[in-house]
Design a protein around this ligand. Structure first.
Ligand SMILES: Nc1ncnc2c1ncn2[C@@H]1O[C@H](COP(=O)(O)OP(=O)(O)OP(=O)(O)O)[C@@H](O)[C@H]1O
Length: 884
C-alpha cells in the first residue's frame, strides 16, 4: 500500500488513533478513505468515489466541514468510536493531527433528552467502585458497593444509570460472565481504557487535580497515605478518559458527588423492569410510569423526573420537603401554571454549560444561556407573590442558586451580544455597539466606507454629468462604477475600464480600489476581533459552569415538582403520610392502569401483626395489578410524589423486590424456571425486614408439587427469617392455610362472582382466602374442547386427594408442626391424626370413593348453591357412601 500523499497521511493517523473510524480534514471537507469510506458509505449512505494516490486507487467519501456533526453523531450512536483529525496551518504549509476521539460516552452533540453517562467500574477485594460522568451536563457521581451480593448491586447501579459507555477496570476485563451481565443490563459499549489510569496513585492524583483535595475528603474519599478507595480509582479513570478523548469538557465537571446505596430504595434491575418504570416490558416508553406522570416543560426537568423515579429515596426529611413542594404547587394552580409557562422558555442550562466549557457553544447558545438565566428571577417572583408557594420550602429551593451572580452573568451577556447574531462566530456581527471600543471604531470606519460607496453614484453623477451611472459590487469584480454605453464619452480620465458588457462599461478608480481594500481589511479585522472577543466571553461564561448548573438544576427541580403536582391534581392523587413501617392505603389505584380503565379501587392494610399477605383469586381477577399498585404507590411515596388513593399511610421501605412472570428471558438462553429461581434467590438474599417483596406465582414454572413446596418454603423463610413486608399471589390454594399457623400471614383474595356458570370479576380485594381458580373455567371460555375440560375437572379432583404437606413455624414463633391434607383441605397438628407415627399406613387410609366425596363436600361453596341442589348433592353422596 502506498505510504505517501493524503491517503498515506490518513493511514498513518489511523494507525495511531484508538478508534474504529477516522475522518480527516482536507481543506473544506472531512474525508474518509479506504475501509472507513466503505463503512460510512454503508452506514451513513454517503457517496463513495475513488481517489487516486501514488499509483493506487482508494475509496473516498467526504462531508463539508460544517456538516460533520450529524454524521459523526450517527456513527457514535451506533457504537463506533470516531477519531477526528483536524488540519492547521504551520510555517511550512499545513499539518494534521487527531484532535478528538468521539465515543458513545463522550459525545457532546447529543440531542437526546436522556442523561448520557460514561461509567468506570473497578473491582476490589470486598466489592466495586463506580464512577458515572455525564459529559453533556457535567454531573459526576461516585459510589461503592460491597458485601456478598456486591456483583448484583454493581450491576443494579449500572442498570439504573444505563450508561452509554463503560470502562471496565483491569480486574474485570477478563471476567467474561460479568461483562456479559453488563451487556445484558445496559446498552453500553465497553471500552478498554489504559489500565494505568485505574492505578491507585495515578487515579487519585487526577481526581484531586479535578475536584480538589477538600472535595475528596469532604465525602470521605481522601484516605491520605492509604490506597485510595475503589470509587476514586474509577473516578480517576473516567476523568483521564474524558481528557484523553479530547472532548474538552473536564471544566464542566465542577462537583464530585458521592452517594451511598443506603440513600436510595434498592430496586434491582428485574424490579425496575417489572414495574415498568421507564418502559413497558415490551420496551415501549408509552404506558410506562414515567410516561404517565410526566408533565414537565423542559428537557432538564424530564431528565430529573426520570432520575427521581429510578432512584427513590429513603430520607424522610427530603421526602417530606418534596411533598410540601408538590403540595404547595398543587394548591396554587394559577401561580403554578404561570411558572410552568415561564419554565417553557428555558433551555438546558446544564448542557449549555458543558458546551461553553468545551468551546463548542456559539453566539446563539450564549443567548440561550442569557434567556434561561433570566427565568430564575421571574419564577422567584412568582413564588414570592403566591402565599402558599412562598411559605413552602420552594422559597428556599429557589434561593439556593446565587441569584445575584446569575443576574450579573445575564447582564454581561445581554450587554455583549447582538439579538440576532449569525450562526458562525468568525464573521462579525455578534456584538452590540458599546461593548468594545476597538470594535466600535472598526464598525464606524466600516460604516463610513460603506456610506462613501452608497453616495458615490450621486456624487459622480453630479461631478461628471453622467446620468446612467451606478455603483455595484459582485464576487469577481468587487466594487465598480457602471456607465451606460450612451454616456461612456463623458467618463473622466481617472476611470479605468475593467469590463465591457453589452449595454454598459464597468470602471474602477484608485480611490475606489483603496476604499474597497479598506472595507475588506476592516471586515477581516472585525471578524478576527469578534472571534477573539467571543472566545474570551465564552471562556468567562464557562468559568461560571457551576453557577449555570445550579440554576439549571433549580429550574429542573421546579419543573419536576410542578409536573408531579399537575398529575396529582388532574388525577385526584393524595399526599401520603410517610411512616416508619406498615401500610394503610384506602381506595388505592394503579397509577398507569387507572388512565385507561374504569378502575376499581382497593385497600391495603399491613402492620406488625400482618406482614405477609397471600393473595388468591381467579385468573384474570386482578392479583398482579393489585400487587403492582402497592409497589408503585410505595415507590411514588418515596419519590416525594402524591399517590393514587383516597388516603394513604405508607411506611418507608429500604428496597422493593419483585418476581413476576418472565417475558423475554428465554431469548437470553436461560429457562423460565431458572430465571424465576434466580430472582427468588436474589430476593431471599437481599430483602430485609424493611423491604417490600412482591411475589407473583412463584413455583409455577415447574412440577406442581415442586412448585408448591418451593412456594411454601419461601413463604416460611420470608415470614420467619427475613420478615419483609410481602404480598404473594398464588394459585396454590394450599398455601392459604399457612395463615392459620404463621402468625403474621394473612389471606386476601380478589373477589369474583360466579352465577349460572358465568364468572364476573369484581376486582375487589377482600380479607380471607378463596379456593377457586376458575382456571378450568377460563379454559372452557377459551374454547378448549369439552372432553378436555371435563377430564381436567376429574384430574383436579383426583390430585386434591393425594398429598399432604407439613407446615413449619419459625424460630421466632411457637414451633408449629402441622399436616395439611390436600384432600380435606384442612390442617391437623402432626401426630393428631395418626398416633403411631408421622405417616398413616395403607390400612388406615380411607377408601378412594369416600375421599372423593369428602373432597367434593369441602369444595362446595354453600352460599353459591341453591338449597334444592344442595339436598340432591347430599342424597347423592349418601348413596355413594352406602355403596362402599
Ligand atoms: N382494580 C381493577 N379495576 C379495573 N380493572 C382491573 C383492576 N385490576 C385488574 N384489572 C384489569 O384486569 C385484568 C387482569 O388483571 P391481572 O393481570 O392483575 O390479573 P391476575 O389475577 O394477576 O391474573 P392471572 O392470575 O391470570 O395472572 C387486567 O387487564 C387489568 O387491567
Amino acid at each position: 500500500m502506498s505510504e505517501g500523499g493524503i491517503v498515506g497521511e490518513f493511514f498513518s493517523l489511523k494507525e495511531e488513533a484508538d478508534a474504529d473510524v477516522l475522518t480527516m480534514q482536507v481543506g473544506d471537507f472531512y474525508e474518509f478513505f479506504a475501509d472507513d469510506a466503505e463503512l460510512v458509505g454503508d452506514v451513513l449512505d454517503l457517496n463513495v468515489s475513488q481517489k487516486s494516490s501514488h499509483g493506487s486507487s482508494y475509496p473516498m467519501a467526504g462531508v463539508p466541514l460544517s456538516e460533520l456533526t450529524p454524521y459523526m453523531k450517527q456513527l457514535v450512536e451506533r457504537g463506533y468510536r470516531v477519531a477526528i483529525a483536524d488540519q492547521y496551518e504551520t510555517a511550512n504549509g499545513h499539518a494534521r493531527e487527531i484532535s478528538r476521539v468521539v465515543t458513545p460516552g463522550t459525545l457532546l452533540e447529543t440531542t437526546d433528552d436522556d442523561a448520557q453517562y460514561l461509567a468506570g467500574i473497578v473491582r476490589v477485594d470486598d466489592g466495586y467502585g463506580l464512577a458515572f460522568a455525564d459529559v453533556t451536563t457535567g454531573r459526576f457521581l461516585v459510589s461503592s458497593v460491597s458485601g456478598p451480593d456486591a456483583d448484583s448491586k454493581a450491576l443494579t447501579e449500572l442498570y439504573r444509570f444505563d450508561p452509554a459507555e463503560v470502562l471496565p477496570g483491569p480486574e474485570i476485563r477478563n471476567d467474561d460472565s460479568f461483562l456479559e451481565a453488563v451487556r445484558e443490563r445496559t446498552n453500553a459499549s465497553l471500552s478498554l481504557h489504559d489500565a494505568n489510569a485505574f492505578a491507585p496513585g495515578k487515579a487519585k492524583h487526577v481526581t484531586r487535580e479535578q475536584f480538589g483535595t477538600e472535595a475528596l475528603s469532604s465525602i470521605g474519599l481522601d484516605s491520605d497515605g492509604n490506597a485510595p478507595n475503589a470509587e476514586v480509582r474509577a473516578a480517576g479513570a473516567v476523568l483521564s478518559y474524558v481528557e484523553e478523548t479530547g472532548a474538552g469538557v473536564l471544566g464542566s465537571m465542577t462537583r464530585l458527588q458521592s452517594y451511598h446505596a443506603d440513600d436510595h430504595v434498592e430496586l434491582d434491575a428485574t424490579t425496575q423492569r417489572n414495574l415498568e418504570l421507564t418502559e413497558t416490558m415490551h420496551g415501549d416508553r408509552n404506558g410506562s410510569l414515567f410516561d404517565t406522570v410526566d408533565h414537565t416543560k423542559t428537557s432538564a426537568g424530564r431528565r430529573l423526573l426520570k432520575e427521581w423515579l429510578q432512584r427513590p429515596r429513603r430520607s424522610l426529611d427530603l421526602l417530606r420537603e418534596r411533598q410540601s413542594n408538590v403540595s404547595a404547587f398543587a394548591e396554587s394552580a394559577l401561580a403554578r401554571e404561570e411558572i410552568r409557562e415561564t419554565l417553557g422558555d428555558t433551555y438546558d442550562l446544564e448542557r449549555l454549560a458543558s458546551k461553553a466549557v468545551s468551546g463548542s457553544a456559539d453566539a446563539n447558545d450564549l443567548l440561550r444561556i442569557r434567556d434561561s438565566l433570566a427565568v430564575l428571577p421571574a419564577v422567584a417572583d412568582s413564588i414570592a407573590n403566591a402565599p402558599s408557594l412562598s411559605s413552602s420550602p420552594l422559597a428556599e429551593l429557589v434561593a439556593r442558586a446565587d441569584r445575584a451572580q446569575a443576574e450579573r452573568l445575564r447582564e454581561e451577556l445581554a450587554e455583549a451580544l447582538a439579538d440576532d447574531p449569525p450562526k458562525t462566530v468568525t464573521q462579525g456581527g455578534l456584538f452590540r455597539r458599546g461593548y468594545d471600543d476597538e470594535l466600535d471604531d472598526i464598525i464606524d470606519q466600516h460604516e463610513e466606507n460603506l456610506e462613501w460607496f452608497d453616495t458615490l453614484a450621486s456624487r459622480e453623477k453630479s461631478r461628471t454629468g453622467i446620468s446612467h451611472l451606478q455603483v455595484d459590487r459582485n464576487k469577481t469584480d468587487g466594487y465598480y462604477l457602471q456607465v451606460g454605453k450612451s454616456d461612456t464619452d463623458k467618463v473622466p480620465e481617472e476611470y479605468e475600464a475593467v469590463k465591457t458588457l453589452k449595454n454598459s462599461e464597468r470602471y474602477v478608480t484608485d480611490e475606489l480600489r483603496e476604499r474597497e481594500r479598506e472595507i475588506l481589511r476592516l471586515e477581516e479585522r472585525r471578524g478576527e476581533l469578534e472571534y477573539e472577543l467571543f472566545g474570551q466571553l465564552r471562556a468567562r461564561i464557562a468559568d461560571h459552569a457551576e453557577l449555570m448548573q445550579d440554576v439549571g438544576r433549580t429550574l429542573a427541580e421546579l419543573d419536576t415538582l410542578a409536573s408531579l403536582a399537575v398529575h396529582a391534581v388532574e388525577n385526584g392523587w393524595v399526599r401520603p403520610e410517610l411512616a416508619d413501617s406498615g401500610f394503610d392505603i384506602e381506595q388505592g389505584r394503579h397509577p398507569v392502569v387507572e388512565q385507561t380503565t374504569e378502575f376499581v379501587p382497593n385497600d391495603l392494610r399491613m402492620d406488625d401483626e400482618r406482614e405477609f399477605l397471600i393473595v388468591t383469586g381467579p385468573n384474570m381477577s386482578g392479583k398482579s395489578t393489585y400487587m403492582r399498585q402497592v409497589a408503585l404507590i410505595t415507590l411514588l411515596s418515596q419519590v416525594g410524589s402524591f399517590v393514587p388513593a383516597r388516603e394513604a399511610r405508607v411506611g418507608l421501605v429500604d428496597g422493593i423486590f419483585t418476581r413476576v412472570g418472565a417475558l423475554d428471558e428465554l431469548a437470553q438462553g436461560r429457562s423460565t424456571f431458572m430465571v424465576e429461581m434466580q430472582e427468588l434467590s436474589n430476593i431471599l438474599h437481599s430483602a430485609s425486614e424493611d423491604s417490600l417483596v412482591i411475589l407473583d406465582e412463584v413455583g409455577r414454572g415447574t412440577a406442581t408439587y415442586d412448585g408448591i413446596s418451593i412456594a411454601w418454603a419461601a413463604t416460611e423463610y420470608l415470614h420467619n427469617e427475613v420478615r419483609a413486608k410481602t404480598l404473594f399471589a398464588t394459585h396454590y390454594h394450599e398455601l392459604t392455610t399457612l395463615a392459620d399457623h404463621l402468625p403474621r400471614v394473612a389471606n386476601v383474595h380478589v373477589a369474583a362472582d360466579e352465577r349460572d356458570g358465568d364468572v364476573t370479576f369484581l376486582r375487589t380485594v377482600r380479607d380471607g382466602p378463596t379456593n377457586r381458580s376458575y382456571g378450568i373455567h377460563v379454559a372452557d371460555l377459551a374454547g378448549v374442547p369439552v372432553p378436555v375440560v371435563e377430564r381436567s375437572r376429574d384430574v383436579l379432583d383426583k390430585l386434591r386427594q393425594e398429598k399432604a404437606i407439613e407446615a413449619k413455624g419459625g424460630a421466632s414463633s411457637e414451633p408449629v408442626q402441622a399436616v395439611f391434607d390436600l384432600g380435606s383441605g384442612e390442617f391437623q397438628q402432626s401426630g393428631e391424626e395418626n398416633e403411631q407415627g408421622d405417616q398413616p399406613d395403607d390400612e388406615q387410609k380411607i377408601n378412594p370413593e369416600t375421599e372423593a366425596v369428602l373432597s367434593e363436600l369441602s369444595g362446595v361453596e354453600v352460599a353459591d348453591v341453591s338449597p334444592i341442589e344442595l339436598m340432591s348433592k347430599v342424597q347423592e353422596w349418601q348413596k355413594r357412601l352406602d355403596d362402599e
